[in-house]
Design a protein. Structure first.
Length: 94
């Protein structure tokens, strides 16, 4: 009996800082993951609802629509995959 290889995992990286986004994407692709990219929360909502990734890495502070608001919108639209908070801030307030 043969089994088919597992389906590739798709990750949406929603991050407005190009350098940070590129770094995260590079690491995920090294593991053979399929990576989608969004520059802001509005794009993240559109891409997540259209492509249905397995997981979303969502920056909390993005232009147009912030990460928390984008996540709430996704949940209201029935998106049930995990959404993990992502931030590049290192200050004490975060």
């Amino acid at each position: 009996m043969t089994t088919s290889p597992p389906a590739p995992v798709t990750v949406l990286v929603a991050e407005d800082m190009p350098d940070t986004r590129a770094l995260v994407v590079q690491h995920l692709e090294q593991f053979g993951l399929t990576v989608l990219q969004a520059e802001n929360g509005e794009q993240a909502i559109e891409i997540a609802l259209a492509r249905r990734p397995d997981v979303v890495l969502m920056d909390m502070e993005m232009p147009v629509v912030a990460g928390a608001e984008a996540t709430r919108t996704l949940r209201m639209c029935g998106f049930s995959a995990p959404v993990l908070a992502l931030t590049a801030h290192k200050g004490e307030e975060h």
